[in-house]
Design a protein around this ligand. Sequence first.
Ligand code: ZN
Length: 316
Amino acid sequence: MGKYFIKALIFCILFFSVCGVIGLQEDFFVPEKAEPVTEPVTEPEPEPVPEIVFSETELLPGDCFAIYLKGLTERDDIQVSTAFVQGQPRFFSFMEGRLAVVGTSCRTKEGDYSCKVQVLRDGVTAAEKEETFKVHHKEFVEQHLTVTSTQKEQRSDDNFDMDKVHTERAKSVTSEKPLWEGTFVKPVEGRVSTEFGMIRYINKEESGRHSGIDIAAARGTPVKAANNGVVRLAMMLKVTGNTIIIDHGCNIYSSYAHLDKLLVEEGAEVKKGDIIGEVGSTGFSTGPHLHWSTTIGTLYINPESLTESDPLAFIR
Ligand SMILES: [Zn+2]
């Protein structure tokens, strides 16, 4: 009995040892029994497809328009090629896209102009849009002024150059987002005595185009900010007298010249309609009036195009 018990015991020990070894090695020999390894499959995010929109394609010389792009990545470059816009427009982040407000000069000849916008992604064209812009004819009248030699001296090249140092400094800073809201308001109610782009002769000599509009008003009439923005300049200049420049964001500026009084300081934030100064006749001026101009960067555009429509209306 004891002999059988020992034999059975040895058999059992051997049997379980062998089973144990096989069990330990099972993972190596029977891989198909292994739990399937489920790697989380990460689908690459689909690349956004760029979308290019123009606010309008029919313009008058001196009007502005906007280019808006959506679906861009950090790696994208925007190229604009057209014969009727000087240089590359500046793009700013706006909502989920990029925005540029583009101005045209009062000297733009009537005609059809092609405008192509390309999005280059890693150097390869990811999207492009080409449109024909129609610039309509606009009659610019001539104005003849006769002034005294002292008044004429005030418009000397030296004086213009000295003023330019200040105005260019003011226009070298802009808010990265639009500060304006809706259409611009006329800073002063009154008759427009000199229109934008008017060809001006002073003492029978052509003195260039009128960069803004002149609004006739009595000395001391309150002058309103045309829209929300930040005051970038408020000082006495040689040609434009007491001058204020407001930055409305995205490279759009408005300026107010020949003021009798400056009622804001540089750096002040203003709201549309805030009183910023008073009408006067300082600098080169033949009588109290407000010279009101608007620029995209340093390019003068017709201020009335901003009172008629908001360049962002097509997005907002
Ligand atoms: Zn003027």
